[in-house]
Design a protein around this ligand. Structure first.
Ligand code: ATP
Length: 411
């Protein structure tokens, strides 16, 4: 039995789910000449890797004529490439105990990460290659929230305005820094005029919302845009609306005393013949200012299910999905042109719950853990099936609510 298979078996015997982790790490560079990395990654409390996966999809709308726009590239996230997928890894600062036995090393070229297995004495390690590596433990490395945002999420804005759908998500073990990267700690502060402002700790989501309006301001004469937002969580395979407002009305949002009540109602997934799976009865709010969007974000984020676990004081117990929908009308195109008819795009910013070991905790925690692991396993299977070059491979989207809802973003 090969070392690789041997370790995988050991892992399963210990009751942990090794299959949760391979997907993100097995996708990149499959057809490239870079070192072939293994299809899986160790997954223990010392592993402090967070991966962000971006997938960009072409809008299916028939009348969308971007394909014929001269001089513009097709869906790709980096200039001069055809890449629709960018995978980055972020290594959070190690605590004292982790420093002593660190299993994660970034190789010299800053794109390759080595992970040493627990049987380091046997010299077993695995290397993985990413598009970007952010390492908080190296002072020379780029790793501020701003830099991570600019490199990973900013390119999505252009693409969204071109009419592509985009999905960005963070995956990692509990406590590895997903929520920190996606939302940040205390993402908003108040400026001198008591307006909500971004703090330097703000993560990808609040920065994206802020940057969206900056972009709009800069392209005011080019585009007319309607923005809608929805925010929900998948907790124990049930969907809760995070923006359910007691007394409906956009005006409420401007007032300090906005009354928002977490919907205890479990929402259902339905399938639209053209647009694919969607959450029925999910509240969708139209926003026209950055402040309004930030208010929704703060409110939705505060409604998420979190609890203290052994590894994280404020561990997310649900997957949260923030959808920003843009209806863009290009003002510069002639009224008769198809481009002017409008483009619709959806950006999904997903903060996944952390995979974890489920033993040794109370019943509720155990149940949450089982659901989290199951849906992450399903996500792994879906991405592995998509990455499989055999186009006939069945993609099991329906294995979890998460993958079913992300179908249009992934496939
Ligand atoms: N790059 C980083 N720089 C500084 N602190 C970080 C970084 N990444 C994570 N942290 C800190 O580590 C702790 C755990 O992070 P976080 O809550 O984001 O983990 P998580 O992966 O979302 O966990 P869970 O899945 O349990 O919700 C937080 O206190 C966070 O502030």
């Amino acid at each position: 039995m090969s070392t690789n298979r041997h370790n995988r078996c050991r892992w399963r015997c210990k009751g942990r789910n090794a299959s949760l982790v391979p997907f993100i790490f097995s996708l990149r560079h499959q057809n490239k000449t870079q070192p072939k990395h293994r299809k899986w990654l160790f997954h223990n409390r010392l592993l402090v890797i967070i991966a962000v996966l971006l997938v960009i999809n072409e809008l299916k709308r028939k009348d969308f004529s971007h394909k014929s726009t001269p001089g513009k590239s097709r869906a790709c996230l980096a200039k001069g490439t055809e890449d629709r997928l960018v995978v980055a890894v972020r290594i959070r600062p190690l605590n004292l105990s982790e420093t002593a036995s660190s299993v994660v090393k970034v190789n010299g070229n800053q794109l390759v990460v080595s992970v040493v297995t627990p049987c380091a004495s046997a010299g077993i390690y695995h290397t993985f290659t990413y598009d970007h590596v952010f390492n908080s433990n190296n002072i020379d490395s780029i790793d501020t929230q701003k830099q991570v945002f600019e490199i990973i999420a900013c390119p999505l804005l252009d693409k969204a305005f071109e009419g592509y759908n985009a999905c960005l998500f963070a995956y990692g073990q509990t406590g590895s820094g997903k929520s920190y990267s996606m939302m940040g700690s205390d993402p908003f502060s108040r400026d001198n005029s008591n307006q909500i402002a971004l703090s330097c700790e703000a993560g990808i989501i609040p920065r994206f919302c802020y940057q969206l309006f900056q972009y709009l301001e800069a392209h005011r004469e080019e585009f007319q845009v309607e923005i809608e937002v929805s925010y929900f969580e998948i907790y124990n395979e049930r969907i809760h609306d995070l923006l359910c407002v007691k007394h409906n009305g956009q005006k409420n949002i401007e007032s300090a005393g906005i009354s928002v009540k977490k919907s205890q109602k479990c929402l259902k997934v339905r399938e639209h013949p053209i647009w694919g799976p969607y959450v029925a009865e999910l509240s969708i709010h139209s926003v026209d200012t950055c402040e309004a969007l930030q208010h929704w974000l703060i409110l939705g984020h505060s409604q998420r299910a979190t609890t203290a676990t052994g590894l994280n004081e404020k561990s997310s117990r649900s997957h949260s999905i923030l959808n920003i929908m843009l209806n863009v009308t290009n003002m510069e195109s002639p009224a008769s042109s198809k481009v002017n008819q409008g483009r619709r795009s959806k950006i999904s910013l997903v903060d996944l719950a952390g995979s974890e070991r489920v033993s040794g905790t109370n019943d509720l925690h155990k149940r949450e853990g089982v659901h989290i692991n199951k849906s992450l396993l399903a996500l792994g299977k879906v991405i592995a099936a998509l990455a499989d070059k055999n186009s006939r491979t069945f993609v099991p989207y329906r294995e979890s609510v998460l993958t079913y809802l992300l179908r249009e973003n992934l496939g």
